[in-house]
Structure formats: structure tokens, C-alpha cells
Ligand binder design. Structure first.
Ligand code: ATP
Ligand code: MG
Length: 436
């Protein structure tokens, strides 16, 4: 038996001028309730939107009316009635009910306005019902759908690399260690090494995986668990890599502007801002970036990494993303290819989101020479034996290749204009929070 009712109408569909005069059967939750003089006013919401329901004691009967009148906010209800035009109702239509059934009478809902951020985070399982959260999660779903769509259409294969791994790929200090039947293992920080292995038979690969970083940085752009979209492409140089990234990000922006305009408005983002995101994106070399930053008064010299403040200074007045390329070797990962033009630097780029949001992608060409790769790895303090399988990839048909990692929550933070990255994900994991 199915619990679905064949003639159920969603609130958003009911709340349209075309449905005036029609009979509807609604299912949803009470968003607001008040009663006066034998008339009950319910604002009923479902996943699609909301509509006002009015119910009269003389039509419902005293008993059913009393049950509906007692039902608190967030109670689940079923309503049958007729749609009428009413300029006082939100959206312009209301349902005049002949039946209101309380499917579940909620207890007093603990979330209301003016509560502290900590309280709301402790009650995240309930606070995620807010209109802004719901709009953000729909935007995030659209971002991921658009990314898959772009990569699939560009001939990339989606892979499923492991999350449990014996290698701490980005440096041991920031990896979560766990006990794997008596041997230490790590939660993946990146799928890159595995994607590089898959690259040789498939040439174009990508993966969506959770990545974990045990970094205690309490910044508005770091989570300890985030959604990582990574891609690797064979026979590619830095320019090929940047073209893929800008195509991908522009496609995401266009799709979200088109498909989620109403959600974007709830979040205070004008869809026009996203329609303006078009490839190609400007490129700036690291040396140029530090020159600009020094002029702005930052105490920065060749060899310094760019932090949140520096990235903000470079992007706060921009309307579109910016690539910063050719960082010093010393601040980047061991597998990045040394630049043929300047051996102090590597063939890499960070993509910075506009309006001060900062890094959303880190990418590079990969070192393909076994000896140089081994040297660089050893210099990080790692033992080459631990990376034997990865080094093997440079023994059997190694080709020039490149790739990148994009933080989905970082992209959503920019697109949905969220102050803090934790509000781009339903159950954020930060150094001080692992529940609910
Ligand atoms: P940052 O310098 O901002 O810490 P990173 O250089 O460590 O970033 P990468 O290792 O290049 O980042 O990871 C690729 C992408 O993954 C980043 O561009 C970013 O979008 C995302 N990312 C990295 N760390 C985090 C994190 N702690 N929380 C959320 N997203 C992250
Ligand atoms: Mg980092």
C-alpha cells in the first residue's frame, strides 16, 4: 500500500491564480497559526512553498476544529478545501478548508528568532528547517548537479576513490588518524593520488568525495570535513587545466542563476551577478599578486603564502573569479611540476572567488619525473616506501598531466553569499563540533 495520495497538490502549485476555484488536498507542516472568532488561520508549508489555510469551526465541527486549533508550529497536517483569491494572504491565494487533520501534533518548537549561534548549532537538526538553510541546500544540490553535468558532457568519467587510506597525502599533521585493525590509517585529505592512477587507463577522470583536514584553523572558510570535487586530465598543461576549471565554474554559475533564481533571492544574491560569470577568467602571476599586495601595505615577500586577508585584498573589488598562477615551490605540495620558466616556482594556480571570498580551487600540473618526484617527496620528511605505489605511476607510461580540487562548500559560500562556510553544509564539522 502506498501512502501517496494521487490528487495531492503542493503548496506552491495551490498558491497560484490559476488554481482559484479548484479543490485541493494539501500535506504539510504548520508554519504559523492564530485563531480569532471561530476562524483558524494556518500558514502551511511543504517542500515547495507555503499557502494560507483558513478553517471555520462551523464547517470543521467543534472537535476537529479544537484539535487543529491546539496544533503547534511544525505540526504535520493534511488539509482538504477550495482555493480562493485573497489579497491579504501571502502569495494572494488561500485554501478554505472543509477538513483539517492533524497527522502529528508537534511539541513546542525550540527554535525561534534571537537565539545564539551556539544554541542553533546545538539544535542543527531542527534549525536546518529555516528558509535560508533550505535555499542554501538547494543551491548546493544545483552546484553539484551542474558540475557533474559539465564534466560528464566533457568526456570525464566519475570514479569512486577510497576514503580510508594508508597515505596522508597532503602532509601527516593535518590528517585524521584511525586504527585500522591495529595499523594506522587516515581519512582521505584528497583523492588526487588515486585519480592519477586512474588517469592512465581513462585519461579524463573526476570524483566527488568527502575530504578531511585535521586543521585547527577557525576561519570562516575551513571545515574539517568538506565535499571535494577533484579532476585529473592526461596530456594537459597549465593552460588546459585552467580552461577546464573556468569552463566548469562558469557553467555552475549559469546553471544556478537559471535554475535557482528564487532561492538566490532568498539568500540576497542577484542572479545577474552569476550570469556575468563568463570564461575566460583573468590570470595573474604570484609575483604580480605580491607586488600589488605590497603596494597595499601587506608585509609580503617572494616565498610568502597568500592567506585569507591577502586573498580578500586581491578579490574584494572584483565581480568575477581570478587565477593566481606560479606560486613558489616551497609553499605548494611535493607533486607539483617545477616551472620550466622559473625553477623557484611551480606550474600551479589557485582560483579565487570574487567579492573577497577567496580560494575555491587549487590545481597544478603534476611532476612526472620519478627522480625529481622522489626527491621532493623525501624533502617533505615522508618515506618514499610509503608512497611506492604512487611512485610506480612514473615507471609505466607517465605522461604530462594536470588536475585540481574544488571545494563545493567554498563555491556555495560565494554563490549563496554566506558569511561562514558552516552555513553551506547541514551538519558542519569544525574543530569544536562533531555533533549533531
Ligand atoms: P587553504 O589554503 O584555503 O587552506 P588549501 O590550499 O589547503 O586551501 P587544497 O589542498 O588545494 O586547499 O584543496 C583544494 C580545495 O579544497 C581548496 O581550493 C578549497 O576549495 C577546498 N578546501 C581545502 N581545505 C578546505 C577546508 N578545510 N574546508 C573547506 N574546503 C577546503
Ligand atoms: Mg588548507
Amino acid at each position: 500500500m502506498s501512502l501517496e495520495i494521487p490528487d495531492r497538490v503542493l503548496a506552491a502549485a495551490a498558491n497560484r491564480p490559476e488554481t482559484v476555484g479548484k479543490e485541493v488536498h494539501l500535506r504539510g507542516w504548520i508554519h504559523r497559526t492564530r485563531s480569532s472568532g471561530g476562524i483558524l488561520f494556518l500558514l502551511v508549508k511543504d517542500a515547495s512553498g507555503q499557502i494560507q489555510v483558513t478553517a471555520r469551526k462551523d464547517l470543521l465541527g467543534a472537535e476537529a476544529f479544537a484539535r487543529a486549533e491546539k496544533a503547534l508550529v511544525e505540526s504535520a497536517v493534511e488539509v482538504e478545501g477550495t482555493v480562493h483569491a485573497d489579497p491579504r494572504a501571502p502569495g494572494g491565494q488561500e485554501v478554505r478548508a472543509r477538513r483539517v487533520e492533524v497527522v502529528h501534533a508537534a511539541e513546542v518548537f525550540p527554535i525561534f528568532s534571537g537565539q545564539t549561534e551556539e544554541f542553533l548549532l546545538d539544535h542543527r537538526h531542527l534549525s536546518i528547517r529555516s528558509a535560508e538553510m533550505v535555499a542554501t541546500f538547494r543551491v548546493k544540490a544545483e552546484v553539484m548537479r551542474a558540475a557533474r553535468e559539465y564534466l560528464d558532457q566533457s568526456g570525464y568519467w566519475e570514479m569512486t576513490p577510497p576514503i580510508l587510506t594508508g597515505n596522508a597525502a597532503e602532509g601527516g599533521a593535518e590528517a585524521f588518524v584511525l586504527d585500522y585493525f591495529g595499523t594506522p590509517a587516515y581519512l582521505s585529505q584528497t583523492a588526487q593520488l588515486y585519480l592519477e592512477a586512474l588517469l592512465f587507463p581513462l585519461e579524463k577522470v573526476y570524483a566527488f568525495t568527502p575530504s578531511f583536514r585535521a586543521e585547527k584553523s577557525r576561519t570562516p572558510r575551513h571545515l574539517t570535513e568538506f565535499t571535494h570535487l577533484e579532476a585529473e586530465l592526461a596530456w594537459a598543461d597549465l593552460e588546459d587545466n585552467l580552461r577546464l576549471q573556468e569552463g566548469l565554474v562558469a557553467h555552475i554559475a549559469q546553471r544556478v542563476a537559471e535554475a535557482r533564481a528564487a532561492d538566490l533571492r532568498v539568500l540576497g544574491r542577484d542572479p545577474k551577478d552569476l550570469r556575468a560569470i563568463q570564461a575566460p577568467f583573468p590570470r595573474m602571476r604570484y609575483e604580480e599578486a605580491i607586488r600589488i599586495l605590497a603596494e597595499k601595505g601587506f608585509p609580503i615577500t617572494f616565498g610568502s603564502d597568500l592567506g585569507t586577508a591577502e586573498e580578500r585584498a586581491l578579490t574584494q573589488d572584483r565581480a568575477g573569479p581570478l587565477f593566481v598562477t606560479h606560486f613558489p615551490k616551497a609553499v605548494k605540495a611535493f607533486y607539483m611540476l617545477e616551472s620550466p620558466h622559473d625553477p623557484r616556482t611551480v606550474e600551479c594556480a589557485d582560483l579565487l572567488a570574487p567579492e573577497g571570498y577567496g580560494e575555491i580551487i587549487g590545481g597544478s600540473c603534476r611532476e612526472t619525473d620519478l627522480e625529481r618526484l622522489t626527491q621532493r617527496l623525501t624533502a617533505t620528511g615522508a618515506r618514499p616506501e610509503d608512497y611506492a605505489w604512487y611512485l610506480d605511476l612514473r615507471r609505466y607510461g607517465s605522461v604530462p598531466h594536470a588536475g585540481f580540487g574544488l571545494g563545493i562548500e567554498r563555491v556555495v559560500r560565494w554563490i549563496a553569499r554566506r558569511e561562514h562556510i558552516r552555513d553551506t553544509t547541514p551538519f558542519p564539522r569544525t574543530p569544536s563540533r562533531v555533533t549533531p
